[in-house]
Write a protein that binds this ligand. Structure first.
Ligand SMILES: [Zn+2]
Length: 444
């Protein structure tokens, strides 16, 4: 692979251990890693002049349901609360198959790449009509993003008092068997891995207590991470109190669902004791501010989580509840929402960007990503600050205040994924056409 030299960057926001910001500096990439960062670097390499640009680590998305890009802005789901929203969408999702999973993942990942993301997790918890986790892994390999797919699951259908229709749930033995299959087939524990698999029953209200516990045991046995939805809104808390006689934090702890190998999506309604539990156990949180706004779930206590030491990353959540997958705007929303809750000094642009990069990488146990330093992976976003969004800005590096919302260039493991604002790895117009054809077919 040719070396790459990114030269004359206006500002590099390194997110390294000292949170250094470098002016007029260069970055040399070799074999997928950052070889050097400094001034006046020389090398026989492919040169990218980045004057007029801000460079950040690639953004990290810790929660998504890529398949949902096929069900954006569905009438009936546009203005509903969580449980009503799910009941509108389940029958539509039950008509998906492998092609829907593959194409919707290509669209979702391409949208993330264009908005600065280099590493995304995905939570796929329904497998109708022969769909498999393999379909999304194939899409990620094609787009070129670093990928942490999770093998989700639902096992309690309507006839057993659950929320999803019976046609969308699986038998628990089959779920565990397929979890083992995908970990053995795709999980790469090595540094610099492009694919790591996690295990992720959908939520405490769609699987049994046994499956939660068995999944935790299996994950520890295989050395993979655990992920689910937790404490998303008031309905979620009420369900936990009624069905389990405790709050979600207690339920998670009882079943082995706390620890540095676990991260939970949303956590909007965690109370003080639960935040302390997460901090103590190093349990991670995927904060999804747009989805929380869209579904009226509330404002997650991120300021308090960060102050007490809970690892927090950012997630766009599925496109049926966002409905955008723009990760840099998600970071802006995180900043704004904490200010709504706690005042204008509650979160700076730089802190929100740190959550979106280094924070997310730490939640996913990827200390090799999310920061720009020698020896770290070459996952790099280049933002052109000469456009209209930044015109007149006194601090172009405050990207979330005034800045572009799409990257100029994007590198993953040293490979260029976005070039001059366009996806370099896909024929995107063709994929969009295919996606719209599939969405139309689902409507008829
Ligand atoms: Zn979700």
């Amino acid at each position: 692979m040719t070396d790459i030299l990114i030269k004359n960057v206006d500002t590099i926001l390194t997110m390294d251990d000292q949170r250094r910001e470098l002016s007029g500096a260069d970055i040399l990439i070799r074999d997928g890693q950052i070889e050097q960062i400094g001034h006046g670097l020389q090398a026989s390499a492919e040169i990218h002049d980045a004057s007029g640009c801000v460079v950040t680590p690639g953004l990290v998305n810790t929660h998504h349901h890529l398949y949902q890009t096929l069900t954006r802005a569905v009438p009936g789901g546009q203005d509903a609360l969580l449980f009503g929203w799910l009941k509108t969408l389940y029958p539509i999702w039950s008509r998906f198959g492998p092609e829907e999973m593959f194409v919707s993942a290509q669209i979702g990942l391409a949208e993330l790449a264009l908005t600065g993301c280099t590493l995304s997790s995905d939570h796929l918890y329904l497998y109708p009509n022969g769909a498999r986790l393999d379909d999304t892994i194939a899409a990620a390999a094609e787009v070129g993003l670093r990928f942490h797919p999770t093998r989700g699951a639902m096992s309690i259908g309507e006839s057993d008092g659950g929320l999803p229709p019976d046609s969308l749930v699986e038998a628990e033995a089959a779920i565990l068997e397929d979890m083992m299959r995908v970990v053995d087939a795709f999980h790469d524990p090595s540094e610099g891995a492009m694919c790591r698999v996690g295990l992720a029953p959908c939520s405490p209200f769609s699987v049994s207590r046994d499956l939660m516990r068995d999944t935790a045991i299996l994950a520890r046995d295989k050395g993979v991470m655990l992920h689910t939805h937790l404490a998303e809104n008031d309905e979620d808390i009420a369900y936990s109190q009624e069905q389990f006689g405790c709050r979600p934090g207690q339920y998670a702890e009882d079943l082995g669902w706390t620890g540095s190998d676990v991260w939970h999506a949303h956590c909007v309604k965690l109370d003080g004791a639960e935040i302390d539990l997460f901090a103590r156990s190093r349990t991670g949180v995927a904060h999804c501010p747009c989805s929380n706004c869209r579904l009226g779930s509330g404002i997650a206590p991120v300021r308090s989580m960060r102050d007490r030491g809970v690892p927090v990353g950012l997630g766009v959540d599925g496109s049926a509840s966002n409905d955008s997958g723009n990760l840099i705007l998600e970071a802006r929303q995180a900043m704004l929402l904490q200010r709504v809750a706690s005042g204008a000094d509650a979160m700076s642009s730089r802190e929100a960007l740190e959550i979106a990069t280094r924070g997310g990488a730490d939640v996913l146990n990827r200390p090799d990503c999310g920061r720009l330093a020698i020896g770290k992976r070459a996952d790099i976003a280049i933002w052109d600050t000469r456009g209209i969004e930044s015109a007149g800005s006194w601090d172009p590096a405050a990207l979330l205040l005034a800045g572009p919302t799409r990257v100029k260039h994007l590198f993953v493991e040293g490979r260029q994924i976005v070039r001059d604002g366009q996806i370099a790895t896909l024929d995107l117009p063709r994929v969009i056409e295919r996606q719209n054809r599939l969405a139309l077919a689902l409507q008829s």
